[in-house]
Design a binder for this molecule. Structure first.
Ligand code: SF4
Length: 461
């Protein structure tokens, strides 16, 4: 019987993409995927360290594996991702004695050798891979793909563990990125999301790979242009850019045909003192100036952001400036986090975590309410409009009370119902409409008849 692996991924899209590369490697050396943990010979957990709660979940999960390990002492349990990346003195590892492998993401290419050392019968090759970014991810969707263009970060925001967990910024060669996207397009992919911690700071290590006709000097704008030339890719976007690098060439490249009508631009706070303490390297006005430039070029652009409330020293007055900034921009979506201390960061070293848990929660509630009201209001403008949707899932029709009254006819009645299709518009709004499962993977036009805060509802045109 073929040996089996089970991968569990926490955290951001970057982690999901890394897990897809890890799966490619595991399959290459002869393992196959299983959804059943108790069938697995190898369980790998790709961890996130952004918040304490994310790390706590990993400790809890590993405790749940103890009975599995008792039943099958040969089971290999591995941990990768941000936790081992930042756990230089192995403090966390000591709390998880059943873990056999503990490695930062960048070392995943050594897996065949380590597995071979622990259980040689599991792998058909112990060949290692030096640069894991050269591995082609085992994509889970044929039509959409996340393509990492850089790893690590140089910005050192004072609350953030990423530069410690993932190291300094390292950019992939342009030629490798374009080859990966061309291959994806050749296999039917239509939507690409470029991934990086500060994705728009991208600098190609191989600038000679840019086409002679490419009109842009800026490397990230140039990359957007190159992807636009790839036949089949009709939906392109990226996450997450840093406001500091949002220059006019990049904004111009966002008007090219494939680019989606959406940007996720993290702001984190609206008060200059807080932004300075966070080491975000811009003021609130500079952020607003970027928004003005984006809207001058792309007036109907949907804009999302990330916020942190309750950062060290954030007074009520400072918090109100964040509220004001939100109102000024009128974001289409925001992900608000309550600040949580991360050991090893500059904020942990230098500042007091002086906003109470209750106050953080109150500020979070204020931001969330504001966001939900704003989004609901903004979504009304789509009613009556036609939006272009890449359908990514289908839910079968629900069994209704009426159907239950006629059990002998239930299958017939179910078959007569189309079910519901879901997908994102070019503004990254979730859209729902009645349709059959065979529409999944298609790009269809939907006329919006009703707008809720989290979903636009309509009919296929
Ligand atoms: S830009 Fe700041 S928040 Fe983003 S990954 Fe880098 S250090 Fe972390």
């Amino acid at each position: 019987m073929q040996p089996k692996y089970h991968v569990i991924t926490f955290g951001c899209q970057m982690n999901k993409n890394d897990s897809e590369r890890m799966e490619t490697l595991l399959k290459k050396v002869g393992l196959e995927s299983t959804n059943e943990k108790d069938q697995a010979d190898v369980i790998l957990v790709n961890t996130c360290s952004v918040r304490q709660s994310a790390e706590d979940r990993v400790f809890g999960l590993i405790r749940k594996f103890e009975p599995l390990k008792e039943k099958n002492p040969k089971l290999i349990i591995g941990i990768t991702g941000c936790m081992p990346g930042r756990d230089r003195d192995q403090t966390f590892k000591k709390k998880m004695p059943i873990v056999d492998l503990y490695f930062p993401t960048a070392e995943m290419g050594q897996l065949p050798r380590w597995l071979g050392e622990l259980r040689p019968e599991l792998v058909n090759s112990e060949d290692t891979v030096e640069d894991y970014m050269k591995l082609k991810p085992e994509y889970h969707s044929k039509r959409q793909a996340f393509v990492s263009i850089q790893t690590g970060c140089n910005k050192f925001c004072t609350y953030c563990v990423v530069p410690f967990a993932r190291g300094l910024e390292k950019n992939r060669p342009l030629a490798d990125i374009l080859e990966e996207i061309r291959e994806l397009a050749a296999h039917g992919c239509v939507e690409v999301t470029l991934l990086g911690q500060t994705v728009n700071s991208y600098r190609a290590p191989d600038p000679e790979s840019f086409s002679d006709e490419n009109p842009y000097e800026n490397h990230f704008a140039g990359l957007l242009w190159e992807v636009n030339q790839i036949t089949g890719i009709t939906r392109l976007h990226y996450t997450a850019p840093h406001p500091l690098h949002m220059n006019d060439e990049i904004i111009d490249a966002m008007t090219l045909p494939a680019h989606l009508n959406f940007i996720h631009l993290p702001v984190h706070a609206g008060d200059d003192d807080v932004l300075r303490k966070m080491n975000r390297r811009y003021t609130a006005n500079q952020f607003l100036e970027v928004i003005d430039r984006l809207r001058a070029k792309i007036p109907d652009l949907a804009i999302g952001t990330d916020m942190i409330v309750g950062f060290c020293g954030e007074t009520e007055e400072a918090f109100q400036k964040t509220v004001e900034l939100f109102k000024t921009v009128s974001f289409d979506i925001s992900y608000t986090a309550q600040y949580s201390v991360r050991s090893g960061t500059a904020a942990w070293r230098a500042f007091e975590d002086d906003v109470s848990i209750e106050e953080k929660k109150r500020r979070w509630d204020v931001m969330q309410k504001l966001m939900e009201e704003t989004v609901f209001e903004k979504n009304q403008k789509y009613v009556g409009e036609i939006v272009s949707v890449l359908v990514d899932r289908h839910a079968p029709p629900k069994v209704t009370d009426e159907m239950l009254k006629m059990p002998e006819k239930i299958q017939e009645l179910m078959a007569a119902q189309p079910g519901l299709c879901y997908g994102n518009s070019r503004e990254m709004k979730l859209v729902r409409f009645e349709g059959e499962a065979d529409v999944v993977g298609e790009i269809v036009d939907v006329r919006v008849t009703r707008a809720d805060k989290w979903v636009l509802i309509g009919d296929r045109v």
